[in-house]
Ligand binder design. Sequence first.
Ligand code: ATP
Ligand code: MG
Length: 176
Amino acid sequence: MKDDVLRLFFALGCPPELTEAIATWRSSLNVHGRPVAAANLHLTLAFLGQQPRARVAQLQGLADGLRAKAFELHLDRLGRHRNGLLYLAPSHTPEALLELVEQLNNNLRSAAIQLESRPFRAHLSLLRHCPQLPIDAPPSFAWPVSRFSLFASEQNTRGTHYRPLHTWPLRHGDLD
Ligand code: ATP
Ligand code: MG
């Protein structure tokens, strides 16, 4: 990729304790497939794709203006996409998560930043090329979400690496 272009996305980076719990549980599953690196576990909020590096400052300003609340996410559903992607998802998507995504999308759109048009479906990718949904009991992970980040997706000799460029806190309580 050219130096002046970055592959960007906003996401919830999985916190270290949860990453460890999910990775341990995942290795106990009786499944085939290529595990997503533990350091890369995340939940994508908005995918921007290739953007000029010079746009990062504008994206930061745009996310600075968000007023979104902290929330708790329950990852309690194991799913498999037709393309073989095994993922964890919430069986109920919290309103605060939908609001965060909507605010992000609105701000991006009003800054005329091109977005991928796939509808938002909250999920955390676990394994690729998974031939079938494991019959193991679904898990239940509680994720207290109190921040979100802008990441650059980069390739290195070990594969894909997500570099956090900036992280924003979400608001606790009802204070404005
Ligand atoms: P790789 O593609 O290198 O195997 P990856 O899919 O994890 O790894 P990226 O393709 O850079 O890395 O994607 C980063 C994040 O954005 C992932 O959560 C991915 O699912 C999501 N994503 C990628 N392409 C799109 C898209 N076209 N629309 C929505 N989300 C996307
Ligand atoms: Mg990809």
